[in-house]
Ligand binder design. Structure first.
Ligand code: 13P
Ligand code: SF4
Length: 305
């Protein structure tokens, strides 16, 4: 599929980025036009790390709102902007600080591990954060025998399998997009492309993950597709990853597990919204000092691990 970039709009956005001396980070799921104007296109873990080490005072996060919050928490002295603050991750809203307090009462010995797809308020009451790329390492770094994992039940079960000596209490949250992929979808794709390897994001259901040749974050999937000896790869995550790989690996067969695998909220972050964000220096992420301090402890621990 060809990508038609509005060159004038791209130039105007790049010029504004230069004038404002801004760092623009884009998640792989935002539209390719928006990615074209970014300094780095990354998974959520790399985004968090780059926001922290950035030497610029203005950082624009092209992604969903928790990604902007994470950048602000890690770099409170910087001005962090989100082009579309109403682009949220529905999974992030599936757990509340009150629910974490209930888990703590029920399991006082447990460490609360919070997937980075969560609100700042939830991070603030968790012990440590993780991303899909870092979840295994994060849990492995903890001495606790009991783990409360929020909000993604599927990433939680995937990690739990790696630690049979620990007891996991999984919150029942999920990503509506990854959760919607069924085992039947996967079997159908494998039947249609029998020589292709299957790469799956761990936000998918266990019965989908079990068929995977590779399970990992968005950047992990991209690396796997580049390195595998298989003649092609079936991509079981958001369709933008399929499009990126088709452009980067024209010699390989790259197939989406199903056509309609689209995170509508990420798609709201258009190039036009990025242009306006830079032009008007809007919309700034604001969090209270207390929330930043508490959430920072959990995010810092993850970045250190
Ligand atoms: P990554 O951590 O792989 O970037 O994934 C974030 C996300 O929202 C996946 O749905
Ligand atoms: Fe959230 Fe799912 Fe979109 Fe990722 S793909 S941002 S988990 S809704």
């Amino acid at each position: 599929m060809k990508n038609y970039v509005n060159k004038e709009l791209l130039e105007e956005t790049l010029e504004l980025k230069r004038q404002k001396n801004a760092l623009v980070l884009a998640h792989y799921y935002v539209p390719s036009e928006t990615q074209a104007a970014a300094d780095f296109v990354c998974d959520s873990f790399e985004m968090a790390k780059r926001a922290r080490s950035a030497d610029k005072d203005l950082v624009v996060i092209c992604g969903v709102s928790f990604m902007g919050e994470s950048a602000k928490i890690l770099s409170p002295q910087k001005k962090v902007l989100l082009p579309v603050p109403e682009a949220t991750c529905p999974m992030a809203d599936m757990v509340s600080p009150e629910q974490i307090a209930d888990y703590r009462k029920l399991h006082p010995e447990a460490a609360v591990v919070c997937y980075v797809n969560s609100t700042a308020a939830v991070k603030a009451v968790s012990d440590i954060c993780c991303t899909s790329a870092s979840a295994e390492k994060v849990v492995g770094s903890l001495e606790n025998k009991e783990i409360v994992f929020v909000p993604d039940q599927h990433l939680g079960s995937y990690v739990a399998e790696k630690f049979p000596d620990k007891t996991f209490y999984l919150h029942k949250g999920f990503c509506p997009r990854h959760h919607a992929v069924t085992e039947a979808d996967v079997l159908k794709a494998k039947e249609a492309h029998p020589d292709c390897a299957l790469a799956v994001h761990p936000e998918c259901r266990t019965e989908v993950v079990k068929h995977a040749d590779f399970v990992g974050s968005t950047s992990g999937i991209i690396d796997f597709a580049k390195k595998t000896d298989a003649p092609g790869v079936i991509i079981c995550t958001e369709n933008e990853i399929t499009e990126i790989l088709r452009r980067e690996l024209p010699e390989k067969e790259i197939w989406p597990v199903k056509r309609s695998f689209i995170c509508q909220n990420m798609k709201k972050v258009t190039l036009e919204s990025l242009r306006d964000c830079l032009k008007y220096e809007r919309y700034e992420v604001t969090l209270s000092d207390e929330e930043i301090a508490a959430a920072k402890a959990a995010l810092d621990k993850m970045v250190k691990v």
